[in-house]
Design a binder for this molecule. Structure first.
Ligand code: PHE
Ligand code: NA
Length: 509
């Protein structure tokens, strides 16, 4: 049953939307700190190895999975996995793989976004605070905590991204999502370039040896000793970052790829998207926050946490710039706003598509329901200014489940679907030929890498005492995760058993 689906209107719109999906808060907010904390330039060795053996091959897998699913009218992972797994196993067994995939993608797109949108809300608030100079002359650390403790203000500024997300999802793929990305992404790159140039051309007003150039040197100077001493931890951090930054293991690349027209290139588009993300992360993300903070605040502040850097340290920098700091502060937080929003819309749309295609609920009504889901799931985040609940969700949903889903990407879309079928799908209408080397990497090294990453992360969590925590807010976060996983499993099961009822009934296990 090949039916007419929504599709991207233009190639540039597809690329910008996919880049918007991948380029997120993590590029500008977490990357520079990770770099500084993990051996500086030496971090780029495990980072690039992970990009080559894990990130880019999985991008191809997810794009191909998505476009294939789109041909059958599916924009969600469960049915996509079902179709692919059916290539080598019977319906009921395929259903099991599909339910696992659909369940995890559902959990990530609901729970990760439930706190991610709050951070986008903070960036909206801080764009306003910067323009009005609200944090000028006050203690910026207290100012931040006062902000997140102010439930009313938090919810009002949360509404800014939420209303825009709703409008985009309501209008649909080309008239909503694509149209917003075509405006926001070019602006994002312009703001980032302006900030990067400003950032690397300033001397320190405080101490001559704190120039932004020294700051650049500080984060990029390779520390090979640190790398070899903490080889495992740093390699795990790099691989985890690759997953997160490319939006892998979330189901949202597949969802966007499902709207690619039949026969359009995906091989080059996937590579272009990854490159745009890496440019934003490594080149732009690596030259804004840290060098500028270093020049104004020195190495000690730079070494402090990432949250502190974006929302507490940088406002001090803008303040010290005087009036012009209001301009730079505003574009810094707008940059973060665009980066975050264009990722959040991919998650929002995943759920809208799920309601529309899996459960046959009209897109417009679906967009309202998704709004209510995020309102409900976002409340516990807004009501906990200690961010304990937030952090626990991030530990499991934002770092762990993604990797588990990445493993199932390979099991289903490479092994069960068969490497040769995947290669054929990937090259339909392709503008480049992907070296066969990557086919073998996907069959062997990529899954091995993911398994090591999973085991390593588990051991690391154990050593950090994450398993042993029992704070009520942490328990609450875990209960939320379990409930959502169960709901995701049920939803996927219903969607598949309804659509493929006949072949499931004929199945003999
Ligand atoms: N790729 C995004 C980033 O680097 C991660 C993300 C995607 C988060 C989609 C939420 C939604 O920040
Ligand atoms: Na990213």
């Amino acid at each position: 049953s090949l039916k007419e689906r929504e599709a991207w209107a233009t190639r540039i719109g597809l690329i910008l939307s996919m880049a918007g999906n991948a380029v997120g808060l993590g590029n500008f907010w977490r990357f520079p700190r990770l770099l500084a904390a993990n051996g500086g330039g030496a971090f780029m060795i495990p980072y690039f190895i992970a990009l080559l053996l894990l990130g880019i091959p999985l991008m191809w897998v997810e794009w191909a999975t998505g476009r294939l699913g789109g041909k059958y009218g599916h924009g969600t992972l469960g049915p996509m996995f079902y179709i692919m797994a059916r290539e080598s196993v019977k319906p009921r067994k395929a259903l099991i793989f599909a339910v696992i995939g659909g369940m995890i993608a559902f959990s990530v797109t609901t729970l990760l976004n439930s706190y991610y949108i709050h951070v986008i809300g903070w960036t909206a608030a801080y764009s306003i605070y910067s323009a009005t100079g609200a944090y000028y002359g006050v203690d910026t650390v207290n100012f931040f905590f006062d902000h997140i403790k102010n439930f009313q203000m938090v919810m009002v500024t949360w509404l800014i991204p939420m209303i825009l997300l709703f409008i985009a999802a309501f209008r649909g793929v080309s008239k909503g999502i694509e149209a917003f990305n075509k405006v926001m992404m070019p602006l994002l790159y312009v703001f980032a370039v302006v900030l990067a140039i400003r950032s690397i051309t300033i001397g320190s007003p405080i101490r001559p040896d704190w120039s932004s150039f020294a700051g650049l040197n500080y984060i990029w100077k390779p520390d090979f000793e640190a790398l070899s001493k903490n080889f495992w931890v740093i390699s795990l951090a790099a691989a985890g970052k690759i997953f997160f930054t490319l939006s892998l293991g979330m189901g949202i690349i597949q969802n966007y790829a499902s709207y690619v027209r039949k026969g359009d290139d995906i091989a080059l588009s996937a590579l272009t998207t990854a490159s745009l993300n890496e440019f934003a992360e490594v080149i732009l993300g690596g030259s804004i926050a840290i060098p500028i903070a270093y020049a104004y605040l020195g190495p000690d502040v730079v070494r402090s946490g990432s949250l502190g850097l974006a929302f507490m340290a940088l406002p001090n920098v803008f303040t010290s710039m005087g009036e012009v700091g209001r301009f730079f502060g505003t574009i810094w937080f707008l940059l973060l706003f665009f980066a975050g929003w264009t990722s959040a819309i991919a998650m929002y749309n995943y759920l809208t598509a799920l309601l529309e295609e899996d459960l046959k609920i009209n897109r417009k009504i679906g967009a309202v329901i998704v709004f209510l889901i995020y309102l409900m799931l976002g409340l516990p985040v807004a009501l906990d200014p200690t961010l304990t609940y937030f952090a626990e969700l991030d530990n499991w949903v934002g770092s762990y489940l993604l990797v588990v889903l990445g493993l199932f990407d390979v099991i289903v879309a490479v092994w069960l679907f068969k490497p040769n079928n995947l290669w054929k799908e990937l090259h339909e209408g392709a503008l480049i030929k992907v070296p066969t080397f990557f086919k073998y990497v996907l069959m062997t090294l990529t899954p091995l890498y993911i398994i090591i990453l999973l085991i390593g992360t588990t051991i690391d969590y154990y050593n950090q005492g994450i398993f042993a925590q029992s704070d009520p807010l942490i328990v609450q976060a875990r209960i939320a995760i379990i409930i959502i996983l169960v709901l995701g499993a049920i939803e996927t099961y219903l969607a598949i058993s309804r659509k493929y009822r006949e072949e499931l009934a004929k199945n003999q296990v």
